[in-house]
Write a new protein. Structure first.
Ligand code: HEM
Ligand code: 2DC
Length: 606
């Protein structure tokens, strides 16, 4: 007969001690590695406890099947404590993400009709495709400006894995400075530079060269990511490139002395220049500035907004609109500040006056304010009958007009979808392009498939989507190696038997998605990026779980899939995707799993 719950392997007795150890070994960014290690140590099932949260962890698709098949009508997952705490603190309604029980189910069923059902989803294709086309157009413009045959976020220095991207946004102020034309971009408007990782500007100092600073020793000046985020960003817009003699190294990277000047707006004169402490490991980290992956985040935000609101936000012009950029930054900050508080109870969090909590609140505030503005705009247009009822009007409009959900609930879920649609798809796209850049053979196969589909369907995207099997497999394969969610979780509602252990009702069971994707027993040669494995014969039962399973699976799944398929289709039709060097990029847990360093990609027109 099955073994009792108490005999499960694992260190689950000392929750707070575990949390302390976890924190000590930098666990907040390594949840996925720690889990993979525990599966090695304890086998395919183990019990764990962090803080007050106990869980049973499983890795095999068979166990996942058992878990999900017993999940019932109202499945519940681990509800992220800081997200709950924020809503309770600000008295905001929950959307489907955090609702439970019947309240969740009725909202979810209404939303499914407008967001997931096959009939509606087909209508998203032109909207999402348009964003992809714009992205291509924009990338081509960047290629033109570069004066080279491609668009890259390169400029990385061999020694420094992180580059500082310094953008000169103050176009007008550029005019009254004698600025040589940007040596690479050939355009003073798009001045992009890379400077050595650390330097300090002292008050009164107006220019410097990175070498001079280099001789003072780089590492001693490095500051932490947290410190950097407090630096007044506006100051950086006044860092001007005044001289740069780049030299192309044999690897195609740019090196060369660069002189930077600093101009201060009169109003900012008193700001102490000491505050300009930069270190590359962190300054704007990555994911900011006009380069990758921000255009990607801008594009996916534009895409999700297009289907939610039926409108384009002017996001994909020359650079990402500051409003949109603020939203994007807020979502990234929200995720980033969630992980350190993940295993603390909500009640405790609200009484915590820690910086992380304050930042978290600020991030959600920005998300809600921005989403509310988008919602209000649509609502106003609808009242003023400015919306034409002919074309597809967007998910929000349809939900409002159906009048079956209270407006507050609609707003809550729309806000979640807006926030849920930025980092998730942009990171996955980034990983997908990275994998394709590293496997040119696979990339060629995909391109051949896409081009053939295009010819056959005479450019009809809906038809094309029905034939691009390998591209769909490539996205699955990307999510196998690079899942967004480190685990899937469910609270059991009845006793289930996993690996011959009795798991009682109300237990939090987690499927280690990251660990499963890299387990050689589940996926032979797991390190190989091979979309073909999804098309080969053989059982795929409960192996492709990247969007979760069942009635509680990802609400944005179809939007995300379509968006990524269309985006990659457009990219493959137009560009060759390359990456400069064979850099190993690891994975970091920042609530969702993300690359641990910037990924430099080159788009080269075919
Ligand atoms: C839930 C993954 C994109 C909105 C989830 C879950 C996963 C997931 C694993 C939990 C499912 C479960 O517990 O079974 C992903 C991945 C994405 C993605 C891999 C893209 C690559 C999106 C997008 C949106 C979105 C674009 C919004 C349009 C949501 C919402 C939930 C959810 C609202 C909660 C649903 C509920 O509790 O009823 N997602 N997601 N996601 N996702 Fe996504
Ligand atoms: C994080 O231990 C690690 O799709 C925890 O679009 C368990 C856990 C619970 C819920 C997961 C979360 C993890 C990762 C991020 C997920 C979330 C459910 C939905 C959310 C997977 C694995 C995500 C990114 C949503 C987010 C929408 C939000 C911004 C409004």
């Amino acid at each position: 007969s099955p073994r009792p719950f108490n005999q499960l392997p694992g260190d689950w007795r000392a929750g707070w001690l575990n949390l302390y150890r976890f924190w000590q070994e930098g666990g907040f960014h390594n949840v996925h590695h720690i889990m993979a290690r525990k599966f090695q140590q304890f086998g395919p099932i183990y019990r764990d406890k962090l803080g007050v949260y106990e869980s049973v962890n499983i890795i095999s698709p068979r166990d996942a099947a058992t878990l999900f098949q017993a999940e019932g009508m109202l499945p519940e997952r681990f509800s992220v404590p800081p997200w709950v705490a924020y809503r309770d603190f600000r008295n905001k309604p929950y959307g489907v993400l955090l609702k439970t029980g019947e309240a969740w189910r009725s909202d979810r069923l209404m939303l499914n009709k407008e967001v997931l059902s096959p009939q509606v989803v087909e209508g998203f294709v032109p909207l999402l495709s348009e964003v992809g086309e714009d992205f291509v157009r924009r990338a081509r413009a960047q290629v033109g400006k570069s004066g080279r045959e491609c668009w890259t976020a390169d400029f990385t220095h061999e020694l420094f894995r992180f580059a500082l991207e310094c953008e000169c946004q103050g176009h007008e102020s550029l005019q009254d400075v004698s600025l040589p034309k940007h040596p690479v971009a050939g355009c003073p408007r798009w001045a992009t530079c890379c400077i050595s990782p650390s330097f300090i500007l002292r008050d009164g100092q107006t220019s410097f060269s990175p070498e001079a600073i280099g001789s003072r020793g780089m590492s001693s000046l490095q500051t932490s990511r947290e410190q950097l985020s407090t630096v007044d960003k506006t100051l950086f817009y006044h860092l001007l490139i005044i001289n740069w003699k780049p030299a192309l190294s044999n690897k195609g990277c740019l090196h060369g002395p660069m002189m930077l000047g600093v101009r201060r707006r009169p109003s900012q004169v008193p700001v102490a220049m000491e505050r300009l402490e930069l270190a590359v490991e962190g300054w704007r980290g990555w994911g900011r500035g006009p380069l990758w992956p921000d255009p990607l985040m801008g594009a996916v935000l534009a895409a999700v907004c297009h289907v939610l609101f039926g409108e384009r936000l002017g996001l994909l012009q020359d650079f990402v609109d500051p409003e949109a950029q603020r939203f994007i930054d807020a979502v990234t900050l929200m995720f980033h500040t969630t992980s350190p508080m993940l295993y603390l109870p909500p009640a405790l969090l609200r009484h915590l006056n820690a910086k992380t909590w304050r930042d978290h609140v600020q991030a959600w505030d920005a998300i809600f304010t921005q989403a509310d503005q988008c919602i209000q705009n649509v609502y106003r247009d609808l009242r003023l009958q400015r919306k034409s009822t002919k074309e597809y009007m967007g998910i929000l409009c349809n939900l409002i007009m159906q009048d079956k959900l209270p407006l507050d609930d609609i707003k809550a879920s729309i806000t979640e979808m807006m926030a849920g649609g930025v980092d998730t798809t942009s990171m996955t796209l980034q990983w997908a392009m990275f994998e394709l850049a590293r496997s040119p053979g696979v990339q060629e196969q995909l391109r051949a498939e896409v081009l053939a589909a295009k010819r056959e369907a005479a450019g009809d995207r809906v038809k094309m989507l029905k034939t691009i099997r390998l591209l769909k497999a490539a996205i699955k394969e990307t999510l196998r190696l690079h899942p967004v969610a480190v685990t899937l979780q469910r609270y059991t509602t009845q006793e289930v038997i996993l690996q011959d252990y009795r798991i009682p009702p109300k237990t939090l069971v987690q499927v280690g998605l990251y660990a499963m994707g890299r387990d050689a027993e589940v996926f032979p040669k797991p390190e190989q990026f091979s979309p073909q494995r999804w098309l080969a014969a053989g059982p795929k039962h409960f192996k492709g779980l990247s969007f979760g399973f069942g009635p509680r699976q990802c609400l944005g799944r179809r939007i995300a899939e379509l968006e990524m398929q269309l985006f990659l289709m457009h990219i493959l039709e137009n560009f060759k995707i390359e990456t400069m060097r064979a850099v190993e990029v690891g994975t970091k847990f920042d609530l969702i799993l993300i690359p641990d360093k910037p990924i430099y990609l080159t788009l080269r027109p075919l």
